[in-house]
Design a protein around this ligand. Structure first.
Ligand code: FES
Ligand code: MG
Length: 588
């Protein structure tokens, strides 16, 4: 993606893409270069402040509505400091914010839009390299997908987890305790006053969810890919170490440009295998499977759901962090952070790839060499794991020809082999309205089925996958049921929830054919999900099936519906994931 030429101090002559906009030297180039330089003067910069320096775009998803990124406006200042000190020129670009809490129907609908925005911003402006800020769930995958397709040297600045939650001397975890205390309230065990206290104590600082949700999982995945600095994903958002790390990211982005270290050099098959191993050792979010497959697609790397099952078989779960364990990300940081966990993984020489390139400029082994566990209750050793193998199982069977996933570590073990009659809901609205109705006759044997919640049906595959348990069962102490859907589930959720059933019901996947009363068998040890209905009967039902009306008639929603792929291939747009090169813009 290079055009112009300019020498930069430190690493010898470097071709700067941005020089195509500004011309060579202080007066070089044509009318356009003259025009671009005059506008830089209008912005208040001296020629010597930017000419010949790597231009670093700081992609910043800060917004008033995003508490997980609320510190990033200020943190961008530390990135700038690092860029200036390393001899670069920083330019901050506000990008679309994806707040997992506030954006509806779900930010997943917009992940590919942010990926497109990032790619096209980097492509269309005088930019040589990028710092990708953020964490709230889809943000890191979106920005990395865009930067990978743009092909410019880039580094992820993870926005960091928030501090632990607090309530009457107890520690609260985001998501996990939101659900748990809400169920306590529904069961009549806590009143309005207590609930108001929980509301104030659940999230009490800037930063992303501090459980092992999608944000903690995907920022760790970015580090394990070698796209973020060593240890950076574990630093709490409000810790001074986060400021220092931000400055280091800015400085390193400048060096990446000088070294020509593009995402393509880092994002190899080996990198994705290491990221998958890391996600599984963390007991991470099931969303990571969708995102890593989509990110690999952008890098031209083959990665399938089966790879996660294969890798999981040789990777123990080592992070004792909720919802799989007991602790929170703040504890994980004090325990040594991701480097300490990677060091444990690396003790089995077959698991990680120590020699591969990273944005740190050093081999991946340097991410964990000499790292030690400081709190062995939080980061476990290989000898004393949370679980002997990875926490996510990939299921197949006549109900999920394109596979489904279950985070069986966060499930009730006695439900992992279970046959029961289905109670089917066609939409989340119907489910919410009817779930507490005793007339449905839901018992602990029931298999709850939600459809119409996939990439197209949701739309955007919302995190409905932890279907609520009827209040009358909660009152009797029933805490888990087998639940099946084509939805996703928050990484902070738990229970025997079979997710990402593909193909989804909206496009006529077998989930569309299930009827209340049908028997369904979940067999996690054998990785099977079976609808116990004869093929002949299923053929009859299929012949009578009518596809639902599309959600969107125009706009982005219609574009999304036309191009989104199913969960097993990462829900990217077909036209974004296919190989091919776009021309560089000609700034002259
Ligand atoms: Fe932003 Fe959980 S809501 S990371
Ligand atoms: Mg989440």
């Amino acid at each position: 993606m290079a055009r112009g030429r300019l020498a930069v101090s430190g690493g010898g002559p470097v071709v700067l893409r941005s020089a195509a906009w500004f011309g060579e030297g202080a007066t070089g180039g044509d009318l356009r270069a003259f025009s671009h330089r005059s506008r830089m003067r209008q912005l208040g910069y001296l020629p010597e402040e930017h000419l010949g320096k790597p231009v670093i775009a700081i992609l910043n998803p800060w917004s008033d509505i995003n508490p997980c990124h609320m510190h990033l406006r200020e943190r961008a200042e530390q990135v700038r400091r690092g860029v200036w000190q390393a001899g670069g020129f920083p330019l901050e670009f506000p990008v679309s914010t994806m707040s997992e809490t506030f954006q509806k129907p779900t930010p997943m609908l917009y992940r590919n839009l942010l990926a497109m925005e990032a790619e096209e911003l980097l492509r269309s402006y005088p930019v040589d390299g990028a710092v990708l800020m953020g964490a709230c769930d889809k943000t890191v995958p979106a920005l990395l997908m865009g930067a990978t397709s743009a092909g410019l040297p880039s580094i992820v600045l993870p926005s960091g987890p928030m501090l632990r939650g607090h309530y009457r001397g107890r520690t609260l975890g985001s998501g996990t305790d939101l659900f748990a205390y809400w169920d306590e309230h529904r069961a009549g065990r806590i009143g309005e006053c207590e609930l108001a206290e929980v509301e104030c104590g659940l999230a009490r600082s800037a930063g992303h969810c501090m459980t092992m949700g999608t944000a903690s999982t995907m920022t760790a995945a970015a580090e394990a890919l070698g796209m973020a600095l060593p240890g950076s994903s574990s630093v709490p958002a409000v810790d001074s170490a986060h400021h220092r790390m931000a400055a280091a990211c800015g400085a390193r982005a400048v060096a990446l440009v000088r070294e020509g270290l593009t995402p393509a050099k880092v994002l190899t098959r080996a990198a994705f295998e290491d990221a998958a191993a890391t996600v599984l050792a963390l007991g991470g979010s099931t969303n990571a499977l969708i995102h890593l497959i989509a990110m690999a697609g952008r890098a031209g790397v083959e990665l399938s759901l089966e790879d996660f099952d294969t890798i999981g078989a040789r990777v123990p779960v080592l992070a004792d962090v909720r919802p799989v364990g007991d602790h929170l990300m703040e504890d994980f940081y004090y325990a040594g952070g991701l480097p300490a966990l990677l060091a444990q993984l690396a003790r089995d020489p077959g698991v990680l790839h120590p020699e591969r390139e990273t944005v740190s400029g050093r081999p991946f082994a340097s991410y964990y060499a000499d790292a030690e566990i400081r709190l062995p209750k939080v980061i476990r050793t290989r000898e004393d794991p949370v679980a002997p193998e990875g926490g996510v199982a990939v299921l197949r069977g006549n109900l999920a020809p394109g596979r489904a996933v279950v985070k069986h570590l966060a499930a009730d073990p006695k439900l992992l082999t279970h046959t029961g009659p289905a109670v089917v809901f066609d939409s989340y609205r119907e489910l919410k309205d009817r779930i507490d109705d005793p007339a449905l006759g839901i018992t602990e044997d029931t298999v709850l089925v939600l459809r119409g919640a996939g990439p197209l049906g949701g739309p955007g595959m919302p995190e409905y996958g932890m279907l609520p348990i009827p209040a009358y069962l909660l009152e009797r102490g029933v805490k888990d049921l087998v639940r099946i859907s084509d939805a996703r589930m928050s990484g902070t959720s738990y229970g025997t929830c079979v997710l990402h059933v593909a193909p989804e019901s909206h496009v006529g996947g077998p989930l569309a054919l299930v009827r209340t009363g049908d028997l369904i068998t979940l067999d996690v040890p054998n990785r099977l999900l079976t609808l116990e209905v004869q093929d002949e009967e299923l053929r009859r039902r299929r012949a009578a099936w009518q596809p639902p009306a599309p959600h969107y008639e125009r706009g982005y929603g219609a574009l999304y519906a036309e191009h989104v792929t199913q969960a097993d291939t990462g829900c990217d747009f077909d036209f974004l994931s296919r190989p091919g090169r776009n021309p560089e813009p000609d700034p002259r």
